[in-house]
Design a protein around this ligand. Sequence first.
Ligand code: BG6
Length: 535
Amino acid sequence: MPDVPPPAGPAGKVVSASPRREAKPPPACTMVIFGAGGDLTKRLLFPAIYNLGVTNLLPEKFAIIGVDIADRSVDDWRKSLRDMLQSFVGNAASEDRLTTVDEAVWSKLSNAMSYVQGDLTDDGLYQKLQAHLQEVRKTQDTGGNVLFYLAIADRFFAPVIQHLGKSGLSAEKEEKAPCWRRVVIEKPFGHDLASAKELNKQVLDVLQEKQVFRIDHFLGKETVQNIMAFRFGNGLFEPIWNRERIDHVQITVAETVGVEGRGRFYEHTGAMRDMVPNHVFQLVAMTAMEPPVSFDADSVRTKKADVFASMKSLTPDEAVRGQYGEGSVLGKQAAAYRAEPDVAADSAVETYVAVQLHIDNWRWAGVPFYIRTGKHMAARTSEIAIRFKQAPYAPFEDTPVSGLRPNWLVIQIQPDEGISLQFEVKRPGPVVDLVPVRMDFRYRDWFPPEPNVGYETLVYDVMIGDATLFNRGDMVDATWRVVQPVLDAWASEQPKDFPNYASGSDGPKAADDLIGKYGDRHWRPVKLPEPAKKP
Ligand code: BG6
């Protein structure tokens, strides 16, 4: 192996030193999608299945059964999925960047599809499904493996799982060959600590933990998975990845979208529940975890669970909430949250949250993690920014201290995925003048973009039984435990200043006060200026 990485080819053509490790198609199975007509199935789940088909990562013997309340034909269901795929073609703003729909892949999938109509709470549906599965097994030779995907409203999670148990559908018992029965549970997994515990109990009364795949779609993002590779696959970063060298960590998930017609859902949820104990804490765990013994599911999840266990429960003064007022987002006039459909005119629901989190362990004691997430912000960006401790000033005695900037390592999750390192260099010229520059790695410069909606890896992993990227029951409970004191405090006290940030801004002023409370710390601008490379 050369010790210098091979150079990048022209943009989009990686020159690789080692052969690419190819994934293999999973074993035969049937996928049952509850909520076949829903938005998640149409926009993300089915396109991911299609993309897996394009890359030959579906089982050779594969069937898909759609289950929904709507009385419709399988052809009608097929058409709605095909129309959705078609709408992605050539549409840069869509979930999937398709250039075409591959007819051979589509026709294989289309032949694998069938549809069962029924009410999720009715015993009859599960009997019908049992009979249908037997039929599909005969006609499509899919064997006994079944993946149940709950792409449904969370109030149905427990009832459906109870029905799967009662009807025998979840039993991994087979007369001839061993088989698996796996259940994918979507977000939200509970809406507070008590409900998450209760749901875990209901789920585990029926299923074994190894049958349960609690999904967090952030873990399907390539850049999120890359955090582990970046940290533990390089000798360079890990020695400085600790309280000795790191001042603090900032994690930002800023969105420009508002609630987009989901007012009814959002009024019961808010930014904290919607984003923090799930998506954002996954980013924290990836950043803060200890090196796993190996990359198998048990080792990785145990190290992540250790991070959650070490998180101190938040106190109300470590959290700030915000709600967007009217303003302008990306140059377009934007309405206030309270003016959105299905939102109360005096709503107290937060669309922004910032917290200061402490991880009480050997590596991170004294290093705060500042987290913020919000809707209708100045730009769309998700990033993990590590601020290193400042250099000693001695050699630069004539330089104003304020002129020295700390080093930042920024992992850009989306959009424009990549990693950048900011450091100081001397400006060319006779005087010693320091200026910050950025060294950027961009995924798109090295790897040709592939159609991907972010669910592909997750669906594939369920099919091969790899739970690394899924949450264990204890992890879910731990994350709710951390945010619960703030949820309680907010429920008992109405905010007095809502709306407190303008649409299109960086968030409320109180969030600046939170980060500025101790030491010289500021949020990075949500919309970054171009680097100072051409001073
Ligand atoms: C969802 C939240 O889980 O994640 C949404 O319910 C949020 O409110 C979305 O917009 C963000 O995901 P992504 O993949 O678009 O960054």
